[in-house]
Write a protein that binds this ligand. Structure first.
Ligand code: 8YV
Length: 327
């Protein structure tokens, strides 16, 4: 008899077809996110579940489904899963690292450039039919070339972002839990390790690439925003909760920083309504990894993890190896 899995978010049909060759698959055919209660119910009797970062698997939901063998996240970040609870219940948890590094780094640059050169703001102006007259001082932005790029969180995506800055002749500074090796720093456009305070004070363009955790919750709040240059731009392609949205809205409204480019939000997909009243923020719906090739690679990666986990092998991207060691 085939093992049973739940695919909690619709993915590419051919990915589902391939999974069906191996498993009995129930997949979400609706264009919406399952609530924790629905997830709880639909996971009953399943051996594995494939989710995205939109589905929240709390300790309670996990503990109520001890028959699960694997939870495979189609995302590199896994703050949506109580991994400790899964480990306690003997459930393997996997993510999809690396396959999305370059695409997400590209997107950080998309937001940085759009911010610096006020692309969205000026396009909205044009679409609204307000462009009656070309003016010399219209939509003056900030230069990117020659500027100082700050990166908070210098993992694989941060380093891919830094490498791209070479062509813009930028100085790179970064802050991270741990320093890169001299060789890694050299490859990241000679990135220089600085304190968080120096990073905030010095960066012309600051990109956040940190995972979300209790330690990084609101790591950018009113105090941190107050340290930034009034001309600085901020990009968040990581997780909403690392920024205090209310503090950011106030800083943008009062022009204490120049602009922000956001792909993630504290309560996404709900957005703090005040963001929509500001012209100096670029807002996109969590599409950092959304290229056809990368979303396919992420889906394939999660499928491979599931196949390995349910056939008794070690999944390539196992986050809690303690579970396998126990079995
Ligand atoms: C995902 C992401 O596309 O990988 C992550 O952590 O945030 C994105 O790449 C999205 O979260 C879907 O799971």
């Amino acid at each position: 008899m085939k093992q049973k899995i739940l695919v909690a978010r619709a993915t590419f049909p051919d990915v589902i077809e391939r999974l069906q060759q191996q498993f009995e698959v129930e997949s979400n055919q609706e264009d919406r996110i399952f609530s924790p209660a629905e997830l709880h119910e639909k996971m009953q009797g399943k051996d594995g579940v494939i989710i995205t970062s939109s589905e929240k698997l709390s300790g309670e939901v996990i503990t109520a489904n001890p028959q699960l063998k694997a939870i495979c996240n189609v995302a590199v970040g896994y703050n949506n899963i109580d991994v400790a609870a899964a480990t306690k219940a003997g459930i393997m948890v996997t993510n999809t690292p690396d396959v999305l590094n370059e695409t997400t780094a590209d997107y950080a640059w998309t937001l940085l450039m759009a911010n610096a050169r006020r692309t969205s703001e000026s396009e909205h102006y044009l679409r609204a039919g307000k462009w009656k007259n070309w003016r010399f001082d219209q939509f003056l932005g900030a230069d990117v070339h020659g500027a100082t790029l700050g990166i908070l969180g210098m993992g694989r995506i941060g380093q891919a972002i830094a490498r791209r800055s070479m062509g813009f002749d930028m100085q790179v500074i970064y802050h991270n839990r741990s320093r890169l090796t001299p060789d890694q720093e050299a490859h990241a456009n000679n990135a220089r390790y600085v304190s968080k305070e120096e990073l905030l004070r010095t960066a012309d363009h600051l990109i956040l690439v940190l995972p979300y955790s209790e330690q990084t919750h609101h790591i950018i709040g009113a105090a941190e925003l107050a340290l930034m240059k009034p001309t600085a731009t901020l990009v968040n392609i990581a997780r909403g909760g690392i920024v205090d949205d209310v503090a950011l809205i106030a800083a943008l409204r009062e022009h204490r920083i120049a602009s922000a480019g956001l792909d993630v939000y504290e309560n996404e997909p709900a957005l703090h309504p005040d963001f929509l009243t500001l012209s100096n923020v670029v807002l996109t719906p969590h599409i950092g990894s959304a290229s056809e090739k990368t979303r396919r690679a992420m889906s394939d990666c999660a499928s491979l993890n599931m196949v390995a986990a349910l056939s008794g092998q070690r999944p390539p991207n196992l986050l809690n190896p303690e579970v396998q060691a126990k079995k």
